[in-house]
Structure formats: structure tokens, C-alpha cells
Write a protein that binds this ligand. Sequence first.
Ligand code: CU
Ligand code: CU
Length: 383
Amino acid sequence: MSKNGISRRRLLGGAAAAAAPAAIGLSGLLNGRGPGPDSALAAGESPAAAGHAGHAGHAEFPHATFAAGTSVDHRANGFDPTEILRDFDYGTTRRLPGGRVLREWEIVAHDKEIEVAPGVKFEAWTYNGRVPGPTLRGREGELLRIRFVNASEHPHTMHFHGIHRAGVDGMPGIGELGGGGQVEPGQSFTYEFDASPFGLHLYHCHVAPLAAHIARGLYGAFIIDPKQGRPEADEMVMVMNGFDTNFDLANEVYAVNTVGFHYINEPIQVKRGELVRVYLVNALEYDPLNSFHIHGNFFQFYPTGTSLTPSEYTDTVIQGQGQRGILEFEFPFDGDYMFHAHVSEFAELGWTGFFRVGDPAKLSAAAAAAAYCELPWGEQGKA
Ligand code: CU
Ligand code: CU
């Protein structure tokens, strides 16, 4: 078992046992009836015994919850998922001779401990101090220049998805002569390429062991707007991710934009009848598939955002790691609408949130209950 006594499999083993035969599952967790960490299946313990413990009641099993007023310290983290949602980094621009736009950024990698759920700390590796890294956004046809500084204790790169020369691909062993391979601690490299093709892409470190470098938090969304732009909308970026807090090659916390259950605590406020555009990226490591499902609504889906014509009208989309797409929808009714991974396991471990449509002063019953939800991580989850 893990060194701090918590693991994803252990949590879910307990949850599954406690849930049978009465399905507790996601709704149970959100209504504060779910099994706490104490009911998780201990090594050698029978599922039946764990299930019994899970039903034994809260009084005997005290543990931390949102209701106790615990929440992630966004200030200490240096970023807030509510702000990350609509935070697009356009860099700085200037016109080159001939009129073309040059767009520039500086990205600094450094190591930083972050809190990914209340009390659950993670030794992250970051781009610009945040996970996910900044959402870099430019326009088709521009010249993009990204100065990458490695202030981490480990070698890293920035590998961009897009069409470019091998020398600026951020691949160790390739382009080393031009300095475009592995960037050692204290070194820097400037990537430069055309913004092409338009769509929703991503960037991430490509140093081996690759899974470890990505799982530590070195990834971000990369948007290239089409020349003609897209229709006006309330735009937001959602990077689906997870955290292997005990380094056992399985995630204990799942999220959109890093903090588990954040958008339950702070529902995403949107206006009824207004077009919402979600830039959805799957950066999840260690699990082959992730998904996004919306309640009470359907969306138009643009895979990779590389076409202006949607390919599907649906309420659920599945993505492998590195896959991404643009979702467009509007809510016809006021209320609180859940969105979550339709991988129930992930949803129960943090990848769940709400859109709040209409008057923010009106707290609906659903979200009120959810705001007091009980997390599967408790004292045991603390570092
Ligand atoms: Cu790296
Ligand atoms: Cu990639």
C-alpha cells in the first residue's frame, strides 16, 4: 500500500463495497452520504466488512469535509481554477516589416508544491507557476515565439502540437545542435514557428520519463484562432487532469483545471441563452481515456477545433490523452447543471462540477447540497 495510506484503488474499493447493494456512487458522495476514507477497503479486509463500516455512520468516522470549511488555498497555489477558466494568455505582439504579427511569450518552468484538493498536497512541476500552464492563444498565420526558461531542478522542454520544423519540436535528441532539444536546469531556448493549423492544441514537456513529466503538471492548452475568428461567446478552457499524489502510477485526484471538485464549490456562472464555448483538453496521465458529460443539455462538438463545422451534436465526448475539442452550447433554462467525467470513478474522485445558469443570488437545492459534499479524501490524504 502507499506510504501515506491513501490510494485511488483503495478508495474506490471501499466505495464500491459500501455502495453495494444500494448504489451510493456519485450522487451519494455529493449529498454527503458517501463513504469516507475510513471505510476504504484495508488490505486483507473483506469487502463485506468494509461495506459494513461504510454504513456505520459518520459519528464513528470523523474526517475532513468541505462542510468543515476546508478548501484549497488558492493564494498559496498562486492560481485559482475559476480564474484559469477564462484566462487566455495572448502574450505581447508587434508588427514585423511586411505587416505580419509576431506574438511572444516567456514561460518559466519551476518546481512548486500545490494543493490539488483540500489538504492534499502535490509536488508539482509547473509552467509559470500554475497547473495547467497558461493557455497560450494566438491567431492563424502569425509568427509565434516562446522563450522557455528552465528554472526547475530537472531538465524539461516545451513540445507544441502544431505544424513546425523538427528543431523546434521540443524533443530531446532532436534539434540539439540548435539548442532545441532537452533544456537543462538554468538553460533556456526560444521556440519559433508559424501559428498553424487553427484549432485547439496543447503543449507539454517531452523529457523522459514522459509520463512522469506530464503527470507532474507540465502541460497547457494552446489555441490558434482561425483568421476570421469564431462567433462571440463566453469562452472557457478546461484541461482535464489528475494527480498521482503517492507516485504509485495511478491517480488519486481527478479534476478539470487541477483542483478536485472546485467547480462544485464554485459553480461556473453563465447566462441563460448565451453561447458558451469550452476548449476541452485531455492531459490526463495513467488512465487511457477521459470524458466530459453535461447534464440537461447537448453541445456541438468540433474535434481538435480544426473545422468551423461541428461533427457531432451530443452530450458526452470521450478523449484519449492529447485529444481535445471545442464544445458549443447554450442553456435554455436557469438552474444548476452538473458536468463531469462519464467515467464515474473519476467523477467520484474530483472530476465533477456545476454550471450555474441565471441569477447567482439564487442557490438551487442541488448545488446547496453539493456545496456540502463530502470528499473521499480526509485526514489520510494529507501529506
Ligand atoms: Cu519535463
Ligand atoms: Cu502531445
